[in-house]
Design a protein around this ligand. Structure first.
Ligand code: PEP
Ligand code: MN
Length: 352
């Protein structure tokens, strides 16, 4: 029973959560929902393993006279004060595990999404797909639509690139994560992608966020290069409140005064997100650092910090890459990293 929530536009908008008693049943839960709806509030249900939480969003004035705590089955009522609501840990205390076809992101298993920055040609992509699968990854990355800083750089193969991704998927069984850049190409990208990637530059493209909220595909939401954690979570809130709960966050480095590395990988974001939100968070050390030499160390550090997965650029021949060669691992280095990560995951009590 999920309903799309209205945006809290009006002054005094508030989000309340009603925590149900562990022994409360369907009848009590329904009673509270009906009571809130009758008062003109939008209701959002979160059924946890231990207890049900009901979110109520609307005008503060409408909540004034409500005697929620007196209703049967209600344990307590708390106002969520953080600007993000549905993605907050207060609303859903348990970790969210995002289903992606036969796989999951979040929970015990660490997912590695690996592949080239861009789909360049059929041979390159198929080679990359086979090598990342042999090394143990289950999700193939590769951009068909590329957000490039310069209009003179390689812009991606677009529709043809998606066809190669589909061929690689069929040949290897890997699932596909690929970037969607605008509403116009969203239906096409969504036909091919198992996970829709919103790139760092589009993290605050609010209309695009609303569009992917209406698609029944998980979304990998990369952190904007200058976005605070709160802004990033608010972008996630757009997607979840718009009707798509399958959001995976991805830390990919932020812009700081340091120029030796491409960005500054903010690994503090991992425990911070884990504290503030129930959504899974993965780390992209490739874009975070921009130099392949440091990628393995930061991939291991990300896992140790509690990341639910990694996004890693790998190219069959990085020196010949049309995009992001300097940060791409060679097949040998990627194999070695995956071996390391398997041992580390075991030590951390996780599977890889
Ligand atoms: C990418 O992952 O291909 C990419 C362009 O990354 P970002 O949006 O993080 O720069
Ligand atoms: Mn790249």
């Amino acid at each position: 029973m999920r309903r799309r929530l209205p945006r809290v536009r009006e002054r005094g908008g508030i989000f309340l959560i009603v925590v149900m008693q562990p022994e409360a049943g369907e009848r009590e839960t329904r009673g509270v929902c009906e009571y809130l709806e009758k008062a003109g509030l939008a209701v959002h249900l979160s059924r946890g393993v231990e207890r049900t939480i009901i979110g109520a969003i609307g005008d503060r004035a409408k909540l004034g006279g409500l005697a929620l705590e007196a209703l049967p089955g209600v344990e307590k009522v708390v106002a969520i004060l953080a600007p993000y609501k549905l993605v907050s840990r207060t609303f859903r205390p348990e970790d969210t595990v995002v289903p992606v076809e036969h796989l999951t992101v979040g929970g015990r298993t660490v997912q590695v999404m690996a592949g080239p920055c861009a789909v360049e040609d059929r041979t390159q992509l198929l080679e990359a797909a086979h090598l990342v699968r042999e090394a143990g990854a289950r999700i193939l990355r590769g951009g068909a639509f590329k957000p490039r800083s310069s209009p003179y750089s390689f812009q991606g193969l677009e529709a043809k690139g998606l066809e190669y991704l589909a061929e690689a998927r069929a040949a290897t069984g890997l699932l596909i994560v690929t970037e969607v850049m605008d509403a116009k190409t969203l239906p096409l990208v969504a036909e091919y992608a198992d996970i829709l990637q919103i790139g760092a530059r589009n993290m605050q493209n609010f209309y695009l966020l609303r569009d992917v909220a209406r698609v029944d595909k998980p979304v990998l939401l990369k952190r904007g290069p200058s976005a605070t954690v709160e802004e990033w979570l608010l972008s996630a809130e757009y997607i979840v409140s718009g009707g798509n709960p399958r959001v995976i966050l991805c830390e990919r480095g932020i812009r700081t005064f340091e120029s030796y590395t491409r960005n500054t990988l903010d690994l503090t974001a991992v425990p911070v997100i884990k504290h503030l939100s129930h959504l899974p968070v993965i780390v992209d050390p490739s874009h975070g650092i921009g130099k392949w030499r440091y990628v393995p160390a930061m991939a291991r550090a990300a896992l140790a910090a509690g990341a639910d997965g990694l996004l890693i650029e790998v190219h069959p021949r990085p020196a010949a890459a049309l995009c992001d060669g300097p940060q791409s691992l060679t097949p040998e280095n990627f194999h070695a990293l995956m071996d390391d990560l398997r041992g580390l995951a075991r030590f951390l009590g996780r599977d890889l």
